[in-house]
Design a binder for this molecule. Structure first.
Ligand SMILES: Cc1cc2nc3c(=O)[nH]c(=O)nc-3n(C[C@H](O)[C@H](O)[C@H](O)COP(=O)(O)OP(=O)(O)OC[C@H]3O[C@@H](n4cnc5c(N)ncnc54)[C@H](O)[C@@H]3O)c2cc1C
Length: 418
């Protein structure tokens, strides 16, 4: 078995990767193997998806879309990539409230790891989930609906609760968005007006190429366009130049993989993700990634703590991104119970250099109770013990109830559930 994750830093240890065509085959695979895990689009950077048993790729599974325009919701296949889901619901005049930076990932994998986009009013992507269909360890197809107390614990489920076959998403009426990029915003001004900067649009990202310089290199402002089509701007007191050419987060890299900018309005699905669906995202996989979530009120101090590490970070950094996320009640969400700021690092493809640096970063962020992203690299090898979360004990009990024999477990889960 030589299956690798997208960035090539994880070699899966599974005996085989199986692609069931229907539910009956999927159930047989689950009950007929001691260890199984679902595999999404393989975009996680740690071994969360791995197993020494059988990996199940659901992309051939025949499960239908079911779109309810009146209710503003849709059942979608868990293996569907966001690009496909977005195009499908947009054709019916509907939209996802938000998207991550890339539309290449599967909804099943994205919600399992707490994937998010940005925006003060936008929760993580899984917060739009109102129902799940899951094949359990005994082969039973279980449906969890909105009124089921297990739903809040099952969405960011780390793949520990079964194989999700379909996901019901809450949708909103389709809308248009424009992207405006501002260059060279002085750090002092950004920190003084931090809340206003992060609130300057529907979704705002700060990109930092070097933590030690005086400026935040790029501020991306995504704005929902309305009839007035007013020109988006950074708040008064923040001086930055409006970009006059298309630019990627890694400024020296190609700008043709990013979605249209320069204030040109377009459909939500072609503007909310940073990266185009038909191009390789980010640094095309020649990279590693880490991310930490801190409470919003701690963000300016956490950013200063990272700036103090600029010299150590510089040799391994491609780019950092800072985003905001609204608080939610999903048990293992990085934004559980607190308005959140996400501190992200796209690293050079230097596994040893990154591994050596992560403990230093985590020590600097420890005073802020920083929660690592479940799908990215952290010092422990990815993730963190669920006890760092207020509802972690409830999650452990849910796993014990739904998977008593550990069919869906792996070393990553053993560590975070220990
Ligand atoms: C270039 C790049 C950009 C990224 N940008 C963002 C971003 O903007 N925001 C963000 O938060 N993250 C981001 N990520 C991280 C990414 O969203 C997560 O790693 C996400 O989990 C990837 O989804 P996937 O389908 O590839 O899942 P995989 O990596 O394949 O799997 C992740 C986990 O989900 C489980 N899983 C997958 N499918 C199912 C299923 N059907 N049933 C049960 N469990 C399942 C797997 O078992 C595994 O445990 C980015 C990653 C890359 C490579």
């Amino acid at each position: 078995m030589t299956t690798l994750n997208w960035s090539g830093n994880v070699r899966f240890g599974a005996r085989s990767v199986e692609s069931p065509a229907d539910l009956a085959q999927l159930r047989r695979l689950v009950t007929g193997n001691e260890r199984v895990r679902a595999l999404g689009s393989r975009h996680s950077f740690n071994a969360i998806a791995d197993t020494d048993g059988v990996l199940i790729d659901l992309s051939r599974l025949d499960v239908p879309y079911e779109i309810d325009e009146d209710a503003g919701s849709a059942w979608v296949p868990a293996a569907a990539r966001y690009a496909e889901i977005a195009a499908t619901v947009d054709r019916r005049g509907l939209a996802l409230r938000n998207m991550g930076s890339l539309p290449h990932i599967s909804v099943g994998g994205a919600i399992a790891t707490g994937t998010h986009g940005s925006g003060d009013g936008n929760r993580i992507l899984g917060a739009s989930v109102t129902g799940l269909e899951i094949v359990r360890a005994d082969g039973r197809l279980d449906t969890i609906e909105r009124d089921d107390p297990r739903l809040a614990g099952s969405i960011v489920g780390l793949g520990a609760l079964g194989i999700t076959t379909r996901v019901r998403l809450e949708l909103v009426p389709s809308f248009d968005v424009r992207q405006d990029i501002f260059l060279g915003a002085p750090w002092g001004e950004v920190l003084d007006g931090f809340d206003a900067v992060m609130g300057a649009g529907y979704s705002v990202s700060l990109f930092i190429a070097e933590w030690g310089t005086d400026v935040v290199d790029q501020v991306w402002v995504k704005t929902v366009t309305d009839a007035t089509n007013a020109e988006p701007a950074l708040p008064p007191g923040v001086t930055a130049e409006r970009a006059t050419r298309q630019i990627g987060p890694i400024a020296s890299g190609p700008a043709d993989s990013v979605t249209p900018q320069l204030g040109v309005p377009g459909r939500w699905l072609d503007r909310l993700p940073h990266f185009r669906r038909d191009a390789p995202p980010s640094n095309a996989g020649d990279e590693l990634q880490s991310e930490y979530f801190v409470a919003r009120q701690d963000a300016p101090a956490a950013l200063l703590a990272l700036r103090a590490l600029a010299a150590s970070i510089a040799p391994v950094l491609l780019v950092s991104e800072v985003r905001s996320i609204a608080a939610d009640e999903l048990w293992l969400s990085g934004a559980y119970g607190r308005e959140t700021i996400a501190l992200h690092f796209t690293w050079r493809n230097d596994p040893d250099g990154v591994a050596a640096l992560l403990p230093t970063i985590e020590a600097a962020l420890a005073p802020f109770d920083a929660r690592p992203h479940w799908g990215k690299l952290s010092a422990a090898g990815g993730g963190t013990t669920v006890d760092r979360y207020p509802k972690g004990g409830d999650f452990r009990a849910l796993v014990a109830a739904e998977d008593p024999d550990g069919r869906f477990t792996n070393p990553y889960l053993e560590r975070v559930l220990a």
